[in-house]
Design a protein around this ligand. Sequence first.
Ligand code: SF4
Length: 353
Amino acid sequence: MSPTASIPEALKAWYEAQRRALPWRDAPTPWRVWISEIMLQQTRVSSVIPYFERFIARFPDPASLAAAPLDDVLSLWAGLGYYARARNLHAAAGQIVARHGGVIPDDPAAFAALKGVGRYTLGAVMSIAFGRRLPALDGNLTRVICRLDLIEEDPRAKATQDRLWRRAAALVDDPQPGEINQALMELGATVCTPKSPACLLCPLAAHCRARAEGAAARLPKKTPKAARPTQRWRAALLRDEGGVLLGQRPTEGLLGGLWEPPQAPDEAGLAAMGIKTDGEARVITHAFTHLIWEVEALEGRAVEGGVEGGGYTAFKRVAEADLGGVALTGPALKALRAWGVAAPKRRGAGRGP
Ligand code: SF4
């Protein structure tokens, strides 16, 4: 490729030659593009692939997702993290059926009105699936643009965000906006990486100001993360011949709709649910993006009648062999493993709510 090729030409030629073969890039229907874009947020490509294939096989279109119980959707999502994504997709599928006859609308305003569709998702799906010239600024594009334009300011600041979106919009003003967005995402994921950008392999090297200044590795500017508060919980494992007792968390809020062994802030909270714990605690920790859970996991038993309350919407017993089919929270999975209860092996994935 000529070093003087324009940025769009250089990007498209590079993407055509270098792009990775990924399942959602075969037959990129709007539905497949959307599902993949949602799954890829905060989550590595290698973790997403098996989830994507299972999800598309089970829910080949919005109508099939809309018709499924939320619990089934969360079970398929379990292990990917950031469960709000699954809840929003489920709700949005219902909106597509109700408002658009089950067809994803080729209309940015209508698509943006769906549950969970933010500016990034709007740009990614509209450009890749429908060829609309809309930017899709994610972490990869932020890094590439900060380096390309030698942007020294904090990329999270409002003024810098505006500048980055404007630049992303200018880059995508091209007859093939989906190719440009995907090329930028791919470049950020494989060449213009956070710690060691491979500038010698980069199709934008001739245009890149950070490369010229030797500033690539220190951009974008990093800001220190705020300390995360720690919450302490006490969880109880109640097992009998019927299996392990699980409570379902309320749909709204952290880990909404997922199942876990009953837990409370302390022993008094468990006692109020009719649970008494015994023996030695095993402590597990689980880091969310915004907080840390420290969970003391103990054997427990029900006293006087049965377990109730605690804010759970339902309780059920699940045979240990069947736990793999339940939408468990990440901390629950860790606690069950700490107890030595047969728990499904999952690939590492997102850690958010
Ligand atoms: S030349 Fe280097 S820093 Fe600039 S965009 Fe390419 S990989 Fe990133």
